[in-house]
Design a protein around this ligand. Structure first.
Ligand SMILES: Nc1ncnc2c1ncn2[C@@H]1O[C@H](COP(=O)(O)OP(=O)(O)O)[C@@H](O)[C@H]1O
Ligand SMILES: [Mg+2]
Length: 265
């Protein structure tokens, strides 16, 4: 077994800037794997390489042992990599159900012709998307919001709808970029419980998070990035007790500010 998602020596350079530098990672099925590191450490860039938005400058990305380093975002998503972004990306003037259906359509066969002429394929896909979306909303405890406009929901619920949209395509791995960003402590705790429930049902999760308490309570394995490089990896206990991490990250001013910001929430 060589992991569900694996990177080998992944680098992503922007001109002279080494945003991600020689990162090896292996996410096993059933993990809640956390990536932490100060602002600008390369976390989002690394996610973008893993999900096909950027191509690695050097190195390889494997998903289920298949080399996906040069595949398109769409192809990678079809293989079973679902992701959310750092900022909310819901269609504010569409209902929750319609937003989640978009996630379902990633896996259907409907093309432009089918959609314009309402062909049999289109009708079958529509019915499938509707049923699958409702099921996903039920599983995510969001059923009561199905017909609410996304823009009318609280921020915390909007972020959960985004996760539900990614789940609608039944991804083998769910990648979340700072899912707790901007949430208050109550919303953050509810999100952590939700992710743990999903994980208990077998969902593998890879997440980037700034909120240390969240990561320490949620993840079984953590990788620390600093200036694009991996400086530590292990259990929450191991990572929080690691000297290099404490010096490079815990002791940094950025982290000090994060703790204060989190304490206010
Ligand atoms: N498209 C891009 N072009 C140039 N530089 C970028 C680009 N995306 C990110 N960077 C730079 O790469 C570094 C890592 O950024 P990022 O991956 O967003 O960090 P993080 O998510 O850990 O805060 C930063 O210095 C950022 O300015
Ligand atoms: Mg980021």
């Amino acid at each position: 077994m060589s992991g569900l998602l694996r990177t080998e020596g992944v680098c992503c350079y922007f001109g002279g800037l080494k945003a991600v530098d020689n990162v090896d990672m292996q996410v096993e099925p059933g993990d809640i794997f956390g990536i932490i590191g100060p602002n600008g450490a390369g976390k989002t860039t690394f996610f973008n390489v893993c999900s096909g938005i950027y191509k690695p400058t050097h190195g390889k990305v494997y998903f289920c042992d298949q080399d996906i380093s040069n595949m398109s975002q769409e192809a990678i998503s079809h293989l079973g990599v679902g992701r959310t972004f750092q900022t909310t990306q819901l269609f504010q003037f569409m209902s929750v159900l319609e937003n989640v259906k978009i996630g379902c359509h990633m896996g259907t066969k409907t093309n432009m012709f089918d959609a314009i002429f309402h062909t049999k394929t289109y009708r079958a896909d529509e019915q499938y998307a509707e049923e699958k979306s409702m099921e996903t909303l039920r599983n995510a405890g969001l059923e009561q919001y199905a017909n609410t406009l996304a823009g009318n929901l609280s921020y915390g619920i909007q972020r959960r709808v985004e996760i539900a949209r990614s789940l609608a395509s039944s991804p083998k791995i769910l990648m979340l970029d700072e899912p707790a960003a901007g949430m208050n402590r109550l919303e953050t705790d509810a999100l952590r419980d939700f992710l743990k429930e999903l994980n208990a049902k077998g969902q593998t999760i890879l997440l980037i998070e700034h909120d240390m308490k969240f990561v320490m309570n949620c993840c079984n394995r953590i990788m620390v990035l600093n200036f694009g490089e991996k400086i530590c990896e292990g259990s929450p206990e191991f990572v929080s007790g690691n000297k290099e991490v404490q010096t490079a990250y815990f002791g940094s001013r950025t982290f000090g500010k994060d703790v204060e910001a989190n304490a206010e929430n």
